[in-house]
Design a binder for this molecule. Structure first.
Ligand code: MN
Length: 498
């Protein structure tokens, strides 16, 4: 390819070159590998099997999702899902693009600028951004109408400029419209036909239905969820080992991200929380800019994203290698609560029930050790204002339209994350002040509940089980397996971070 390009550039002017190079790319695309701006089985054979639209998810599964969504929608209704918008960091620098989970779930398309329409008569109709020479030169190829039909298996596809002509007719023929309110764009909301439906109170949020579908994961989705959890576990384990030599919040955040991405994750699911000492009591602490004091605990809440599916887990440990007696006392209470709540995860139970159980257990424990004097829930909330967990999937707080009262079903993944967050100024015995602990696992609900014995093999559903949480395991890990880890660069790196 390079040598052909050189020949081209020698014989033409610069502006001609730009036109030719784009032409050349699309010429190539017919013969060799179609570049649609995201991995395909042809361009990334190691990442995608034949028949997959995104890694691990086949076109049949995407088609099945659309069918199921249409089955949920009332007759004569239409669904509109726009892609996520590009968010800018400065006027010309965009943040890394992340596709809206509903748009990705229905189309498999990873790029901004598209609008997907789903209807009982039309099937999936994709309005695609148009390929402009300028954009191709600066940003590379994108998926257009052809990709919508060939790769994403849309039933119909049009360039975006046709939306104003075609969508109003579709809207006029529909009695109800459901749309993704998170990504609603003036491209369609300004249409008169849309406004008319709003005026007649016939426009609703589609996420009630998409979240219902996304709530229960398919075997293919679970495979990705397990892989995302496994990557985060491996990364956090290595970061734990790293923490003894490098007890710096920023370095541990960098380490965990590096290890996740080296294992194939596209990005972190959220900015890692690395809270040393009292910083652990800030639930979503993200400054990650301090040194962890000798003897303090560090809390790390991390998760990565793998092909659209995220993980989310938390461990708390003393980088020095041993828990103090007050740290251990609190840690054991949180650990016991974590284990009891994990056991409650089975079909029919709800997050709310498990949450209430955890509040009772923690409240009792806090009273026993003198952290809580009266039984008032407001004092309890000062020590733990969080929910015991949330649904997990394509988003960190996945399927927010599904109630925490919903009876859990096989195929749902939730987090179990009890914790205690004691501010330094809290009115309690001094030895507990400034301690923050959270132990978070991911639990997959299966038919059999927490675990089942099938031919003597224990089938466990804790997706984050591979990372230790017992005091003895953590101390042994830090004291027996950290020696000599990267000591040679220690001084240089400390100079950077302290
Ligand atoms: Mn969580």
């Amino acid at each position: 390819m390079h040598c052909v390009l050189r020949k081209l550039t020698n014989s033409i002017s610069r502006s001609q070159f730009r036109t030719k190079i784009v032409g050349f790319r699309s010429y190539c695309s017919n013969k060799v590998v179609v570049d649609i701006g995201q991995p395909t089985p042809a361009s990334h054979p190691k990442l995608l099997k034949d028949g997959e639209i995104t890694p691990g998810i086949s076109s049949d599964e995407y088609i099945e999702r659309r069918k199921k969504l249409l089955d949920l929608l009332p007759e004569k209704s239409l669904a509109i899902i726009a892609a996520a918008p590009v968010k800018m960091m400065t006027d010309v620098v965009p943040y890394t693009f992340r596709q809206d989970a509903d748009y990705l779930y229905i189309t498999g398309c990873q790029q901004p600028g598209g609008v997907a329409v789903l209807g009982h008569d039309i099937g999936l109709c994709m309005f695609m951004p148009e390929v402009k020479l300028y954009d191709v030169t600066w940003q590379g190829q994108i998926a257009g109408v052809e990709a919508a039909l060939d790769t994403f298996k849309a039933d119909k596809a049009y360039p975006m400029r046709k939306l104003r002509e075609i969508l109003p007719d579709m809207l006029r023929g529909s009695s109800k419209l459901f749309h993704n309110t998170q990504t609603a764009t003036s491209t369609y909301t300004e249409l008169e036909a849309f406004q008319k439906l709003v005026y007649c109170n016939n426009v609703r949020d589609l996420s009630v239905y998409t979240h219902q579908l996304r709530w229960i994961k398919s075997p293919a989705e679970l495979k990705l969820m397990k892989e995302a959890a496994s990557i985060a576990c491996q990364a956090l384990l290595l970061t734990m080992l790293h923490s003894k030599t490098y007890p710096f919040e920023g370095m541990l955040a960098a380490k965990v991200e590096y290890e996740c991405r080296m294992r194939g994750a596209q990005r972190m699911g959220f900015n890692p929380v690395v809270g040393g000492g009292p910083n652990a009591s800030v639930i979503h602490y993200s400054r990650n800019d301090q040194k962890i004091k000798q003897g303090d605990l560090v809390l790390m809440d991390v998760g990565c994203e793998l092909h659209g599916y995220v993980s989310d887990l938390t461990r708390t440990w003393p980088p020095c290698g041993s828990f103090s007696s007050s740290q251990e006392e609190l840690y054991e209470l949180i650990l016991e609560t974590n284990k009891r709540c994990v056991e409650l995860c089975k079909p029919g139970a709800s997050i709310r029930e498990i949450h209430n159980y955890s509040v009772d257990m923690l409240q009792k424990g806090f009273k026993e050790i003198g952290l809580l004097k009266n039984g008032g829930s407001s004092s309890y909330h000062k020590l733990n204002p969080t929910s015991i967990g949330h649904y997990l999937g394509m988003d960190i707080h996945d399927c927010s339209m599904v109630s925490f009262d919903a009876p859990l079903k096989p195929g749902v993944v939730i987090t179990i994350e009890p914790g205690v967050y004691i501010p330094s100024s809290y009115n309690c015995p001094e030895r507990y002040r400034g301690i923050g602990i959270r132990i978070e696992d991911e639990v997959l609900i299966t038919e059999t509940g927490y675990e089942s014995k099938v031919t003597n093999v224990v089938v466990t559903q804790v997706l984050t089980a591979s990372i230790p949480k017992e005091v003895k395991q953590i101390e042994s890990l830090l004291n027996n397996f950290c020696n000599g880890m990267g000591v040679e660069n220690q001084n240089n790196m400390r100079a950077t971070f302290s």
